[in-house]
Write a protein that binds this ligand. Sequence first.
Ligand SMILES: *Cc1c(COP(=O)(O)O)cnc(C)c1O
Length: 722
Amino acid sequence: MIETTEGIDKTTAVDNCFLPLPLLPLEQLSWNYWWSWSADGTSIFRDLDPDVWEECEHNPRQLLARTAEYRLLQMATDPIYIERVGDLSNRFLRYMARPLTTQIGSSQQGRSPISLEHPVVYFCAEFGVHNSLPLYSGGLGMLAGDHLKSASDLRLPLVAVGLLYRFGYFRQRLRRDGWQEEHYGETYPEQLPIHRTLGEDGIPLMIDVSMRERTVHAQVWRADIGHVPLYLLDTNIIENENIDRLVTGHLYGGDRETRIVQEMLLGIGGVRLLRKLKLEPSVFHLNEGHSAFLTLELARELVKSGLSFTEAAQMVRERCVFTTHTPIAAGNDEFDADLVARAFGPAYHQQLGLKHEEFIALGRVDPTDSKEPYGLTPLAIRTCRSTNGVSRKHGEVSRALWLKLWPGRTVDEVPITHVTNGVHAPTWVAPLIRSHYERYVGHDWSEQTRHKGRWEQGIAKIPDEELWAVHSLLKQRLIAFIRHRSFHARLERGENPQYTKSARKMFEPAALTIGFARRIAGYKRWSLLLKDPERLLRIINSPERPVQFVFAGKAHPQDQGAKLILQQVAQWKYDPRVRARAVFLQDYDQEIARQLVQSVDVWLNVPRRPLEASGTSGEKVAMNGGLNLSILDGWWLEGFDGTNGFAIGSSAQSAEAGDVDASDAESLYRVLEQEVVPLYYERGSDGLPRKWISRMKRSMVTLVPEFNSDRMVEEYARRIYS
Ligand SMILES: *Cc1c(COP(=O)(O)O)cnc(C)c1O
């Protein structure tokens, strides 16, 4: 229940059974996240009642339940609105009617093993499909969400498995002194566009996994992402003991023990779920190591049918593929051997036909080293036929990192490849930009991104002045958004009235606007920009060529150092020299990301090489006409060609950390002062920054075809799944 007024539960104040007839298509649309990336989808729901839409955080089920009867009838009798609803509904039905294909990924002669009966099953601990489904924390989840959407658009038979977190990830609020506070909102499944999965007998499916020497039960929910069903396991049911109900409590919260039981549920429970659904996957895709226990469960099934563990492991390998996302050993999931033993209990390794030591050795780089912790990445690499990193550089780094798993080989011989991450264009492109893509590239613009020639011709046709006008409007929208959010955040924090009011006037639409939004983690180097505050102030406050910065990002709740950095940035609000030109937006999420990537002039990224496995936010910016200013690492090392954005530092391997930070900071300031700022402010007699605009077009032409998730999923289908 959301809120009650005098005993009336608002969620049932209007029962959606009583949706007026002309609005009925909205009921069907609200159950499939397809609307969230289709043209006009978001605005149709929003226009039903913009205030309720904001109140219920863009959740279409809640919108339909909570919109007042009179408003519903107002819209149901508005012919233009009804026509839009009808059009969206027809497009949805046509989209869903197009059959799935097995063509993607099939080699020239050979038939693809992937089919409707034998889909790819994609496992991940988090999915960032939409803000209203709060099951993600950051980049990994967003990537997984984009993967599902592209698989659906490409009609690749794919099913996804994850967990339904009761508290999701934390929401961030800054205190008046800039210190981060976390709070967790509870997620109520019955308020989300997800259905409980029933068995053939019509009774809710129940999955059992034994852990910590107890049987834990999970119910199952299904979200629909276009053609792709996303199954979510949920232990928050009365049949479980209280502690087990919290297995799916917090995403990445809790201690190591919670983490391992979550991962057991995802991997082992996920396989058991597929069995109950009578799905026989052609490929299991482990997106990051969290789901690696699934390979053990597959082996256990085979051992039960009479194979030896070695034979079983061989068969499992043939069907499993693994994507690693972490470029440092410490970033990989590890557990003490004792904890593994306690969580699994004695029966599991026996059922695998293994001794306890052999079982634990599966998760060790060196199986003979009894001091080594149990790692999910070594387990996954061992039990999957294919391992890939998420950019070319990350592939290289991963080969070196895991070399020891292949004794006697050289780094180049390590069989780890890469598929560079991409982002889902229809999700991330601003509607206004999208309409220009439709006009100049064609209605099938997102498919055209894969035909570089036609894509390039289309972009070349967009008149400079039109592109600039569109971009400028989007920037105005961003500034309005910043003012609105800041004003309300200041009110809520109880800041002084004058300061609160000044939010209404902050930022200038004409000024060069730079976005910097990412987790506040050490290697992301938030502090780099602040290395020389006086120099930064000169850049920001240049009277003729001002620069303004928008920041957003969360610190891990336990990371005090990160919180201090955040506080330092937040303290700028007290410095009159910075106040009007820099802002921190609290509670970075998909919605804030969308606002930023669609509107900034420049997207800044300064990770310490080579720790940015890929990064994807800059790819979203490129689709919207923004320019990247970034360290040559991850995807940008592949994307930058000298004409389509800006590079900081060189691509050379890092030396001493201190030296690198200092020289990268120097390079950052220099590129800003000598390249970015002058180019942005160089105007012709018509007021247009022609050279800047041509760089925007170069960025669109060269980056969109490479760094979108259709290309990525197609590459997975062709090179990894088949
Ligand atoms: C795209 C996105 C990310 C990933 O961005 P990075 O480039 O890895 O920093 C993280 N969070 C949100 C909300 C996003 O939209």
